[in-house]
Write a protein that binds this ligand. Sequence first.
Ligand code: SF4
Ligand code: F3S
Ligand code: FES
Length: 255
Amino acid sequence: MSEPQTVAPNDHEPPRRLHINVLRFNPREAGTEPRVQTYEIEEAHGMTLFLALSEIREKQDPSLQFDFVCRAGICGSCAMVINGRPGLACRTLTTQFGSEITLAPLPVFELIGDLSVNTGKWMRAMSERLETWVHMNEAGVDLHKMEERMDPALAEEVYELDRCIECGCCVGACGTLRMRPGFVGAVGLNKIARFRLDPRDNRSDDDYYELVGDDEGVFGCMSLVGCQDVCPKNLPLATQIAFLRRKMLANGLKR
Ligand code: SF4
Ligand code: F3S
Ligand code: FES
């Protein structure tokens, strides 16, 4: 996927008129078909797509559906397809594009309406399936006992992978997920890589092999790398998947 180019703002020119094309569809409105609706707005200095959509909703069309919470690239709820590439609306400046911008909801996830999709439902199902929590070494947790110190370099590695905000951009960019709906995606495999690193987690490589050593896990990934290209947190997703695949291959051969 090619990187969007930034159009340098020129203070001497009048503000641009933007044409924002939005793929609209409300699955709960019987008898309606998906359609593209174009809104025209004046570009403001420092305008993000989130601000553009908010202005449209406020001044032109209160029925337009899209999600946001933090407006700061933290909650992951404003992900959508922007000129063919998944990204966060709140972190994308309109100056990155020409005057025509086309927005669509992320594919794969259940559509709520217009640009709003139910990433939470998909992420929850993936998390439950992969049991994305620390499986403690001890039967119970003694709150009076100090947790064992983790090597700072290792803690840093775990933290790096923990930066995922579950925005779903990697899911929307992955061709495998269009063909294989059960694939856990780069987000799921990143979580497995994270828990595998964590010394507090008592799962063995055999346990991880049971979870993702198949075509819906590491062996389903076709190394398309779109996930890593679009991740707003710049997580090394393809690298982690390749590492897991090598480990799982070695584990599979031992069986
Ligand atoms: Fe979003 Fe990156 Fe997490 Fe995928 S891995 S859900 S793109 S933050
Ligand atoms: Fe999909 Fe990323 Fe693999 S885009 S095919 S998960 S490398
Ligand atoms: Fe939270 Fe965009 S609104 S990431």
